[in-house]
Design a protein around this ligand. Sequence first.
Ligand SMILES: Nc1nc2c(ncn2[C@@H]2O[C@H](COP(=O)(O)OP(=O)(O)OP(=O)(O)O)[C@@H](O)[C@H]2O)c(=O)[nH]1
Length: 373
Amino acid sequence: MHQPDAVLPDLHDLVAENEALRARIGHVMEQAQRNHDIMCRHQAFDLEIVGAANFPQLVGTIFRLLPVVSDLDSVTLSLVDTDADIYTVMHKLGVDFETLPDLLFCEHAVELGFDAGERPRPRLGAYDRALHGAMFPQPAPGLRSVALVPLMRNQRLIGSLNLGSNDSERFTPALGTDFVEHMASIIAICLENVISNEMLKYIGLTDPLTGIYNRRYIDRRLVEEIARAWRQDYQIAFMFIDVDHFKQVNDKVGHQAGDDVLREVAARIKMELRVSDALARFGGEEFVVLLINADLQAAARVADRIRAGMADKPFDLAGGQYLNVSVSIGVAALGACARGHAVEAVAQQLVAAADGALYRAKEAGRNRVVTAG
Ligand SMILES: Nc1nc2c(ncn2[C@@H]2O[C@H](COP(=O)(O)OP(=O)(O)OP(=O)(O)O)[C@@H](O)[C@H]2O)c(=O)[nH]1
């Protein structure tokens, strides 16, 4: 049976429609391939910056690769550097700033020009020399549009990633900012990481014998952590750990092996801690631990694990010698310290409370945990 002509599609129309569909599919495939290539380039970029070993390597990689992977004509980086700490330390570590003309420093975060508030937004739009000149001291000839993206760490503005293009349509206020914000967040983490590593290197906050932090570090960190614990309303605790009769250990196995014992003590303590906690050698055979988000009971439990971790397993020293080592631990929690006093005074109070508890642990016979309060 024949269909009426009116409902039979014209063969030419079908062919044309088919061709149009093929062209559209081809276009979509091309677009998908382009997006895939962009993604791969950015993943490779992320890997490069995450792997940067130090500050100049990280900043150099950003300036070298970002214009290529993101097809940009200008890239600069502004860092908030109150008291010029970063600049001074990097300079003393031998960073040659002449080779990094696109790395800029400012004294205060407000100079970056972002809206004040918890989450500053990227600023996108046409390049205006009067507005953006400070961010692009040597702009590419023909710079037309820019994106200034805040670099945030722990709700703190640490700098600005400044992207520039000669295409006036590249960065417009209407453009979505998820992608650049994601990129900025990775850059911010990497920056914070290398900067703190370099600072650590420079100021010498580590104990050369054990490789853990030293007293200077813990004194500083304690003050910061108390302030943060109050602001964010969580508990912190502090412990003093002292190796029992360490003088006898030295006498028995010698000073060199005594040093090995101290290294092993540090390693065994560390095994019981979370990454957010801080362990330091306070001096001699005395160690301290700052526990984040732990009340007195929780800290006492950790302390007892540390105590048992020493006493239950003899130390295997060089030359096949085994040695029984025990520690005494005093624990105190911030909750017992009065809020509202100067943070430094409270830090001293907390340390003294843990020290007092340690004294009582020694008095009570050693190899035990005593809590303050
Ligand atoms: N091997 C070694 N020994 C150290 C180091 N620093 C301090 N000491 C020794 O640690 C010992 C500490 O002794 P004391 O303070 O009398 O205390 P203790 O013998 O541990 O006795 P209690 O703490 O009362 O249990 C001393 O003999 C110091 O010489 C170090 O870096 N390496």
